[in-house]
Design a protein around this ligand. Structure first.
Ligand code: ARG
Length: 250
């Protein structure tokens, strides 16, 4: 009997979640809108980019609107976990640690952690910088995989320090100001930052290759329908079409 009551309460909880969403019809998407071409401020200062347009396409298919909330990347997972936001689409890498905290949709893009250095740098890897100077100063965006990996590989190993900035643009400004020796960040934003600023280049060696997915709370009432609709838009080429409009073929 107790089991049945518990099940009934759980069912009511789930159904009421659906009802609330359906009534208000808007899904809140949290992200850090400083990560072109995945999220950035476009025409009329409206947030746009690969993640936002894919999320909007999925939402439109399901009859929802999307409200983009611009927060620090470090707050995205806690914000989703606590139910403050419906989901996060933030060029977010799927990792085992994050899977403990949130559930991920199917992956819709590949990311590469790249290394940005001053254009006149003679180094071809971070290890060469360590070798030449005894240590290295690395700039990253706080709580990203670039932060985690370089912390493990360099800071924890006593080979250097990791300076954590609230967004990628700030890390790149620190590189330009000479405060760090390199910046580790996802490849497409890296290309954007290098194009927007003089005197920078990206090293040929990829630091890590990863998958991007959107993150939902483990008890999210809309995860299943959202992921199913996303899977359809991946299968019918809509998602690739969106990616192609933001990343022109080289
Ligand atoms: N892919 C990296 C990660 O998941 C960086 C994502 C940063 N995203 C952003 N919108 N600023 O850790």
């Amino acid at each position: 009997m107790k089991k049945i009551i518990a099940l009934a309460i759980a069912a009511m909880f789930i159904l009421s979640g659906f009802a609330a969403l359906a009534e208000n019809g808007t899904l809140t998407l949290c992200t850090n809108v400083a990560f072109p071409p995945y999220e950035f401020y476009g025409e009329g200062d409206e947030p746009t980019g690969i993640d936002i347009e894919i999320a909007k396409a999925v939402a439109a298919k399901l009859g929802y609107e999307i409200e983009v909330v611009d927060i620090e990347f470090a707050q995205c997972i806690p914000g989703v976990q606590s139910g403050k936001y419906d989901f996060s689409a933030a060029g977010m890498t799927v990792t085992d640690e994050r899977k403990e905290m949130v559930q991920f949709t199917d992956t819709y893009a590949t990311g590469i952690q790249s290394i940005i250095v001053p254009e006149d740098s003679e180094f071809t890897s971070i290890d060469e910088m360590v070798e030449a100077n005894g240590s290295v100063k690395i700039g990253v965006q706080m709580a990203t995989t670039g932060d985690l990996y370089t912390t493990w590989d360099y800071e924890d190993e006593g080979k250097g320090t990791v300076d954590r900035y609230t967004n990628g643009a700030a890390a790149v400004q620190a590189l330009i100001a000479g405060k760090v020796d390199c910046v580790v960040i996802d490849n497409e934003p890296a290309k954007n930052f290098v194009a927007q600023n003089e005197g920078l280049k990206i090293l040929d060696t990829a630091y890590a290759v990863e998958d991007y997915a959107m993150a939902f709370a483990k008890d999210s009432p809309i995860f299943e329908e959202f992921n199913a609709a996303l899977a359809e838009l991946i299968a019918d080429g809509t998602v690739q079409g969106i990616i192609d409009t933001f990343i022109p073929a080289e």
